[in-house]
Design a protein around this ligand. Sequence first.
Ligand SMILES: Cc1cc2nc3c(=O)[nH]c(=O)nc-3n(C[C@H](O)[C@H](O)[C@H](O)COP(=O)(O)O)c2cc1C
Length: 220
Amino acid sequence: MKALGILGSPRKYGNASKMLDAALGELENRGFETEKVYLQSKKINYCIGCGTCLAKGKCVQRDDMDELKTMVEESDVIILASPVYYLNVTAQMKTFIDRMLPYGHRPTLRGKYGGSIVVYAGVGRPEEVAEYLNRVLKAWGVVPVGYAIGFGVIPGDVGDKYISKAQELGDKIANAFEKKLKAEVTEEDIELQKQLLTLIKNYGELMKADYEFWKEKGML
Ligand SMILES: Cc1cc2nc3c(=O)[nH]c(=O)nc-3n(C[C@H](O)[C@H](O)[C@H](O)COP(=O)(O)O)c2cc1C
C-alpha cells in the first residue's frame, strides 16, 4: 500500500508541506508506505498542446514527468497539496496537472483514492481550489475522498487546528481505501463525461488513443 503526496508549493517546508506531512503521517500509521514529491525540484516542462498523448498514448517530452507518472501509477493513494496563488493552484501544480492530460482523457487511475490540501492567507475561496483539485483527481479515475484547508502566511505557521484537519483527511482516505468506497457520481460528472466523449468522437482521427480506449469500453 503506497500513498503519494504531491506538493505544489515552492516552499519545501511551508504550510502546504506541513499539512501534507500530517496527512501522510496518518496514512503511515494506517500501514501505508508514503512518499512526498516536491514538484519545484523536478524538471517538468509545460504541456505544448501537441496532442500526441491523446493520439499515440505517450507524451513526446522526456523529463521528470516520466518518473512522476510511474510513481502515480504505482500508488494506491494520491494527495495533491497546493497553496492558493492568485485564487488558484500554483503554476508548479498546474503544470503537473496539464502534463497529466492523457489520464484525464483515459481515466486509468481507477481503484485509487485521494484528496487535496489547500492553504491560503485569507483571501478568496480555498474550497473552490480544493474542489478543483478533487475534480482533477476524479477525471483521472481516482476517488476523491475529501479535502483539508489551512490558513497560513509565513512558511510553516499553519496552526494545529489545520494540522488536525489534514490528519483527519489522511484517516478518511485510509478508511475509504479499506472499505473500497465508490465515488459519488454527480450530475456534473455525467455531464463532463458526456462532453469528453463528444470531443473524442468528433476528433477521433486526432485522438486515436482516446478513441480506442473508449471504444473498447463500448462507450463510443
Ligand atoms: C504569488 C502568490 C500569490 C498568492 N495569492 C494568494 C491568494 O490569492 N489568496 C490567499 O489567501 N493567499 C495567497 N497567497 C499566500 C499563500 O497562499 C500563503 O502564504 C500560503 O500559506 C503559502 O503556503 P506555503 O507555505 O505552502 O507555500 C499568495 C502567495 C504568493 C507568493
